[in-house]
Design a binder for this molecule. Sequence first.
Ligand SMILES: NCc1[nH]cc(CCC(=O)O)c1CC(=O)O
Length: 341
Amino acid sequence: MTSTLPTATVRVGTRGSTLALTQTQTIADRLAELTGLEVELVRITTDGDVRTGSLAQLGGTGVFVTALREALLDGRCDVAVHSLKDLPVAPAPGLRLVSPERENPRDVLCSRTGAGLFALPDGARVGTGSPRRAAQLRAARPDLDVVDIRGNIDTRLGRAHPETGDLDAVVLARAGLARIGRLDAVAEAFEPGVMLPAPGQGALAVEVREPGPEPTGLDRALQVALDALTDRETTLSVTAERAFLARLEAGCAAPLGALAHVEMTVPDVDDDSLAPEGVTSSEELVLEAVAVTLDGRTSERRTARLQATGDDITTDDATRLGTQLADEIAAAMPDVVGTGR
Ligand SMILES: NCc1[nH]cc(CCC(=O)O)c1CC(=O)O
């Protein structure tokens, strides 16, 4: 054999939930394709899997993440796959993080009768463990009885089951339902004007150890594979969303939503001043964000846009956009800084 490919197996660390196993398997399959190597899943148990309090009570960020990162740094696995929204915004020294193309990031309502949010009866009981979802639900429908719930997606979905459910509805991430094949349960996908998702929702985070000065064949193969997995629009969007969260020094339990996307603007061809030679289109990064008080009575919603001037938009630009929007919202609603950690 003259092949210079490494023969090692790529070990991909994952939590044991159905959602985690499904999304990790997707990445494992891509890595197998991209590297041509054997890939195996390694199950890691996290604090978040064994504790039973509500998510709001657990406190602190990254309960699901620490054990996976430790396994990666210890060398028990070579790749870790997380849901990006569960990842603390602080950079992890020694690790490289990339974002593959994200799923639809919206939150959805799953109701017992199939009714949408505004068709639910007066005083309806709606379950969520997320202060962000609770606050936005109360802002949209002050009459609702928002119930704190916890558990994996199946458990939460069960609370709004047509026959056996004890709640009128629950709110979940569309991406999680898509990954476990339960989009059939969706009654309504929330427009961003009604509910903005958590920063990074719907995106995965793939992490590997930063290679040392003498990278192994496996290190090199993984770096190349991660380059190929990276999705540029997702990376720019989640960078802006997470910079917004970081600037507000807020945790994953903060009543904050943020969603960015990239728009292509095609200059008006009839107006020469707008279409200089060689310029056919330019891109714009658009970030929409909201901060809501827990009772839903006060909210601050803003949109910020960043136009590429000549060159492409960079992740540094995206960070600046998120930081700037956070400063605007903090100026209007100072109490939001430092919440939900
Ligand atoms: N907080 C738990 C969590 N972390 C990631 C997802 C799935 C969706 C995603 O990847 O954003 C979920 C479930 C949910 O919020 O309904």
